[in-house]
Design a protein around this ligand. Structure first.
Ligand code: FES
Ligand SMILES: [Fe+2]
Length: 392
């Protein structure tokens, strides 16, 4: 997070925490104005939005896009860490809706192609490699690392129809992340500077995981936008690091910027200077619309992207970025992964999202209810509504 933003939000968090503590100490009834924004009526979302196949299809079409006639249409999404693609490397990356080859030339430029031969669509690369050329295992059509078709055995058999280069896909590096999409800065808008400040361009992806939780994709985004659940769902894992329900969030275009107060905030000096490590005082997080969440833990960063496979099934990917100069601290990062990914995300957040989906699927409710502490969800749904448009 850009330091000025982080510090501004920390000062506001501190005010909320101090005012609330004084009120509790004086046994006075809580004053809503001291708790942050004034309380508003609860926000409701129709249950059908989480269980309707037709609605899911509409979201996929209008919010996520995909490959259309060889062109990528839709918002950018993170697919790898920059450091994972070395010069001369050729890496297959499969995400829902796209199967890519990502290469980095000797010039350092990164390129993306559809991982399919232009003859009869055979998958060309199945594991990371550093080849001189890409040779299709079926009939031997051969491409250079810029995607140009350079050899066709018995080319005369194609009567001039042999100028078929690989289908190029827009793959862009920004802030240490490889994105599927173009104009990442324009898309990130007001959070572009915040993501730059995370230092992911000096980090490596230390570990990653893909999973397919049995729940709607929005439930996962909502779980990451909500810290109301910290004290209960994460009671035995990470609640010990945080203050209860002390969070601030603000919309930034369709995205959301948030900070959650850590217990270290109470011990922080009154004057925060340039040497203060702000990430130990409050954890920044972002919802990058529609389906990427970034969490800046004190010494590493989680980049989480989801994609709807069905109304009740989601593709989930977690990229764990750690500072490159600390990549050798295996035991430390193993512990962090076990706590954050294995326990907090998998066994707590994704588990509870599946429990919500079970409640929805059982048909016992027509709506989900969100209170003031979950109000960032309103902006998320406003961006969804804007993206879906009004026509059916
Ligand atoms: S499918 Fe690739 S060469 Fe035939
Ligand atoms: Fe959580």
């Amino acid at each position: 997070m850009e330091r000025a933003n982080h510090q501004r939000l920390i000062e506001r968090l501190r005010l909320i925490d101090r005012t609330r503590s004084e009120l509790v100490g004086a046994s006075r009834p809580p004053d809503a104005s001291a708790q942050g924004p004034a309380a508003r009526p609860a926000f409701r979302v129709a249950a059908e939005r989480y269980r309707s196949a037709a609605h899911c299809e509409r979201e996929r079409e209008r919010l996520f896009g995909g490959l259309r006639g060889g062109t990528w249409v839709g918002p950018p999404r993170p697919i790898a860490g920059s450091a994972s693609i070395a010069a001369g490397a050729c890496v297959p990356i499969d995400v829902p809706g796209a199967s890519l080859i990502v290469t980095r030339g000797a010039d350092g430029a990164i390129r993306g192609f559809a991982n399919a031969c232009r003859h009869r669509a055979t998958r060309l690369v199945d594991a990371p490699c550093s080849p001189k050329a890409l040779v299709c295992p079926y009939h031997g059509w051969t491409y250079d690392l810029r995607g140009a078709l350079i050899h066709v055995p018995h080319a005369e058999a194609f009567a001039g129809d042999d100028r078929r280069d690989l289908v190029a896909l827009p793959v862009t590096e920004r802030h240490g992340v490889v994105w599927l999409g173009a104009d990442i800065a324009g898309y990130l808008g007001g959070v572009d500077g915040d993501l730059a400040a995370l230092g992911l361009d000096r980090s490596i992806v230390w570990r990653s995981r893909q999973a397919t939780p049995r729940c709607n994709w929005k439930l996962i985004m909502e779980a990451f936008l909500d810290v109301y659940h910290l004290r209960v769902l994460h009671r035995d894992s990470v609640y010990r690091f945080f203050l209860d329900a002390t969070t601030l969030a603000e919309p930034v275009g369709p995205h959301v910027r948030a900070v959650t107060a850590r217990r270290g905030l109470r011990a922080a000096p009154d004057e925060l200077d340039a040497t203060t490590d702000l990430r130990v005082l409050a954890t920044p997080s972002y919802a990058v619309f529609p389906a990427t969440t970034v969490v800046a833990h004190p010494d590493f960063t989680s980049v989480l992207t989801v994609y709807p496979l069905a109304a009740d099934q989601t593709h989930y990917e977690h990229l764990m970025f750690v500072p490159a100069e600390r990549a050798g601290e295996t035991e430390h990062w193993d512990k962090s992964w076990a706590l954050i990914e294995d326990t907090v995300f998998q066994r707590e957040d994704l588990w509870v999202c599946e429990q919500v989906q079970r409640g929805l699927t059982a048909g016992t409710t027509d709506e989900l209810l969100f209170g003031e502490l979950e109000s960032a969800v309103r902006w998320f749904h406003a961006a969804i509504d804007a993206g879906l448009g009004s026509e059916p």
